[in-house]
Write a protein that binds this ligand. Structure first.
Ligand code: AMP
Ligand code: GLY
Length: 465
């Protein structure tokens, strides 16, 4: 088995010899810390992405224990949860010490930007998730643009505007459709794409009023792709590309959300696309971050547009995407704990072939009433067992909480129904069968997740200069 690197392989051989010795010489088959190559993993974060990560970790034969903080109602059914503030470096480190965790996986962006991975690394833990400095690739769009420029990574032309006059000048330079982005963490909701110049200016002004700046960009035509690239700081390994659905309503109408559904792989992508993104985007970005003295260890989420001028980066995130992860990890057969530990230790080997379930995965998010505005909470959810009992279907929890005997809604995106199918149409049908089994007052979901791809209606614009 050539997993991840020669160093890791040699270490594994050492451990296996040691394990064989222990088994032969005594009945010591429980985990002895530091002897067998097993691991106890702590996953930080409360959402659907973390639930999907935890389910995948539990399939890894080397993962002996998984803990979650703070988790949610669905996660609590699978692993022990710990009620801490996972965005607080001191609390996260104290919990990792108490558990004697071998690996800490940081799910969301907030703890990354708050320096949780720095604190954990300093305390000697293997951590999957970039430092606060490296997480600025997501935390500041202006910083991401700067790094892309330095690394010659293709992206939309952009201006940073600090006041209304600068914003107006930039909008007029690019013309409609207008793209205005809050230059800070906004969970995917700080971006306005509109034909309406007044609405574009209004969004910019709201950001200025809140003390921020905005990034104004040229509009990128063409379908979007989310590609997650695992990085150990030097070497990169791409996962299977996915597509997300950002708007709240069918036909990509209404405001942006964190994402309302996803599917993977993408049958309409040109051959060689993933390798092209690795060469033109991921590798130069990771190399540039290392040169800057802030190596990126974790998952570089490349949000891409396949435009008439070639692939362009829309944004970087410093973490797995939600809800793409629910679909992507449902297909991953390579043991996830070993992969993330290899990244945390700087032991990714670029030749590693990841093993994927040949089926297609689709997930559909069910959200609470009024999401992406302030969501209605506290409604009892029914039908979870029925959905989970369907062939190839499982439910990933996000904003859920246990209330007596019931599970209640507790956030905007409440859960995602994930289905694996022999083809995209079958996976999609199965996911929607699961969705129809589940209900609560005010539940909303899109009915067109993956539909265009099933109907062959996704087109990459014809090339132009
Ligand atoms: P972001 O937070 O930068 O990912 O933007 C959220 C969403 O806004 C993206 O997924 C796109 O749908 C859209 N978007 C962002 N930037 C552009 C752009 N330059 N051109 C077209 N659409 C964009
Ligand atoms: N689904 C997009 C994101 O996680 O930002």
């Amino acid at each position: 088995m050539r997993l991840f690197s020669q160093r890791a392989f040699l270490r594994m051989c050492r451990y296996m010899r040691r394990a064989a010795f222990l088994v032969c010489s005594a009945h010591i088959f429980e985990r002895v810390p530091g002897t067998l190559n097993t691991m106890k993993v702590l996953v930080l974060g409360p959402g659907g992405r973390e639930h999907a990560i935890i389910r995948a970790l539990l399939r890894d034969p080397e993962v002996t224990e998984v803990h979650s903080a703070p988790g949610n109602a669905g996660i609590a059914q699978d692993v022990p949860v710990h009620a801490i503030d996972a965005n607080d470096p001191a609390q996260a480190t104290a919990l990792a010490r108490e558990l004697n965790a071998d690996l800490v996986v940081i799910g969301p962006e907030a703890p990354l930007v708050a320096g949780v991975s720095d604190a954990l690394r300093e305390a000697g833990f293997d951590v999957f998730g970039p430092s606060a400095a490296a997480a600025q690739l997501e935390g500041s769009k202006a910083f991401a643009k700067q790094v892309m420029e330095e690394a010659s990574v293709p992206t939309a032309r952009a201006y940073v505007a600090k006041n209304a006059a600068e914003a107006q000048a930039a909008l007029d330079e690019f013309g409609a459709p207008y793209v205005v982005k809050d230059d800070g963490l906004a969970a995917g909701k700080g971006v306005v794409v509109t034909e309406d110049r007044a609405a574009a200016l209004e969004h910019a002004q709201a950001c200025f009023n809140a003390g921020g700046t905005v990034v104004i960009e040229e509009f990128l035509d063409g379908p979007e792709v989310s590609l997650f690239v695992i990085s150990d700081g030097k070497n990169v390994l791409p996962l299977s590309p996915a597509q997300d659905f950002k708007r709240i309503f069918d036909n990509d109408e209404g405001p942006n959300t964190g994402g309302m559904g996803a599917y993977t792989p993408l049958p309409w992508l040109p051959e060689g696309f993933v390798q092209e993104v690795v060469e033109k985007v991921a590798r130069p970005t990771v190399a540039r971050m290392a040169e800057r003295g802030t190596p990126f260890v974790g998952v570089l989420f490349c949000g891409l547009a396949v435009t008439s001028r070639g692939v362009r980066v829309i944004e970087f995130n410093a973490r797995f995407g939600d809800p793409e992860t629910q679909a992507v990890l449902a297909r991953l057969r390579t043991p996830l704990g070993q992969l993330l530990r290899a990244a945390a230790r700087g032991e990714i080997s670029e030749g590693t072939e990841l093993d994927w379930d040949p089926r297609t995965a689709v997930d559909v998010v069910m959200a609470a009433e009024n999401y992406p505005g302030t969501p209605r909470k506290g409604d009892a959810i029914s039908g979870l067992d029925e959905a989970n009992a369907l062939e190839g279907v499982h439910v990933i929890h996000a904003g859920t909480v246990v209330s007596g005997e019931e599970i209640h809604t507790a956030g905007g995106r409440v859960l995602a129904v994930v289905a694996l199918g022999e083809n995209l149409g079958a996976a999609r049908n199965a996911a929607y069968e699961g969705v129809r089994a589940i209900s609560w007052a005010g539940a909303q979901y899109r009915t067109d997740i993956a539909l265009k791809a099933v109907e062959n209606r996704i087109h990459i614009p014809a090339p132009r200069d």
